[in-house]
Design a protein around this ligand. Sequence first.
Ligand code: 2P0
Length: 353
Amino acid sequence: MAAEKWVYMVTAQTPTNIAVIKYWGKRDEVRILPVNDSISVTLDPDHLCTVTTVAVSPSFDRDRMWLNGKEISLSGSRYQNCLREIRSRGGDVEDKEKGVKIEKKDWERLNLHIASHNNFPTAAGLASSAAGFACLVFSLAKLMNVEEDPSQLSAIARQGSGSACRSLFGGFVKWKMGSKDDGSDSVAVQLADEKHWDDLVIIIAVVSSRQKETSSTSGMRESVETSLLLQHRAKKVVPKRIVQMEEAIKNRDFASFTQLSCTDSNQFHAVCLDTSPPIFYMNDTSHRIISLVEKWNRSEGTPQVAYTFDAGPNAVLIARNRKVAVQLLQGLLYYFPPKSDTDMKSYVVGDNS
Ligand code: 2P0
């Protein structure tokens, strides 16, 4: 390796994903292995995403990371596991123009600087950790010339945050829970690419961008420890739902897709209520949005909009096409007029006009 004080860097952008069959509960907290499979849709990369720049230089004296401009600690096991796994897979890198020559063995001793930005509220139930860890692993893999395929990379991102493994792919993605103790088969696979069902328009109604009181990590730990409904869901309900959801996606069957998404979201929140002490992620506005969509779907005779809520009060609404999305936005603005810019903001995803 040349002794010059070069800096070599790579920037990547990764979208977040929204689960339509939810991951809630781990069977192994360290390796982040889930109690059930999950299915998600990855959002359009230009909307809710993380942009991460990773840099390596002989002049860096330690690994450092900045999140939204503020330095954060990398000492936690999740970061350490991701960094260790990706470093061990680093390859040779040469950039003659910049005078950069890094050999495989150098990755263990070279230090990294990482700067990451979310273009949406962090830890507000909008899956910021999913985009964040997926982007971290993806950008480091590029920097270090790692040759693994996205599924193999997903197993590394999973160790940063479970839902992150699903953001390594676009379109519809399944995270297979796997059965091995080492987690090597707990990976994400793409079910259908982003073009497969591009009529759908996703609207995210930000009911609150405040950080949630119970993190997903501690919430799901408490659910695993105390909720009988979670055990029933993982063993008896989700396996069938996964098969049905794969079928609905394959056939672009919006009625089944809506029924499965809404029911699964509601069951996830029922598990939160069944947890001791109970966890409340949705609020009155979330419940009113559910009622509005349910009434609308019933009055039309066939579903127009699917809803799903993650570990927060924000509504993810999936309209069957653009025309419905416009009507939905009008309805949201009528029934929930924003009091201020930050009170209720909608992100429209998948509408490029
Ligand atoms: C999901 N959520 O499938 C579910 C639905 C929230 C509700 O994945 O502990 O941030 O880092 O693995 O991935 C949120 O959990 O939790 C989540 P960790 P993560 O998207």
